[in-house]
Design a binder for this molecule. Structure first.
Ligand code: FEO
Length: 169
């Protein structure tokens, strides 16, 4: 594997680790604010990001390129509202998507078909991740932003967290 590709994949470990810790902080804020559904949703999302990070760690190690485990940034501890929090989550995902697309480009330039194939899963996953948060943001326009509406959105998030926790039939 080329040094450039290796660096990009190691940088991705940091991005996924930061996403996991950022979603953990979001979950914790939701929990103490009383948004139980959103808390479950973001605790699960944090776990998911950790699995993404591990995929890259294992891939680098399997390729004999040795993964580097990074320090993580201190995430924001509080949010103005649930909507602001979800907007931040969408922005995080857009940053991750851009990094993955950049890696696809590097894998093509560096003639690295193994990494190119490895990245396909991440490309598809990002489409789903962005759609998920865009759909959530639409709920605020559709249902509203008053207390009752936020409660409905929290219930929707609880249902989503449960649905995602259930193994696919
Ligand atoms: Fe692993 Fe949500 O990016």
């Amino acid at each position: 594997m080329s040094p450039k590709m290796k660096k990009a994949l190691n940088d991705q470990i940091a991005l996924e680790a930061n996403a996991s810790s950022s979603y953990l902080a979001m979950a914790s804020w939701c929990e103490v604010t009383g948004y139980e559904g959103a808390a479950s949703y973001f605790y699960a999302q944090s776990d998911e990001e950790r699995t993404h990070m591990l995929k890259v760690v294992h891939y680098l190690n399997d390729m004999g390129a040795n993964a580097t485990i990074p320090a993580t940034k201190v995430p924001s501890a509080s949010y103005k509202s649930l909507e602001t929090l979800i907007k931040t989550a969408l922005k995080n995902e857009q940053t991750v998507t851009a990094a993955i697309h950049k890696m696809v480009e590097i894998s093509q330039k560096e003639k690295d078909p193994s990494t190119y194939a490895f990245l396909e899963w991440f490309v598809n996953e990002q489409v789903q991740e962005e759609t998920k948060f865009e759909t959530l943001l639409q709920k605020f326009d559709l249902i509203g932003r008053d207390k009752l509406a936020i409660n409905e959105i929290d219930k929707y998030l609880a249902a989503q967290a449960t649905a995602e926790a259930e193994p696919a039939a």
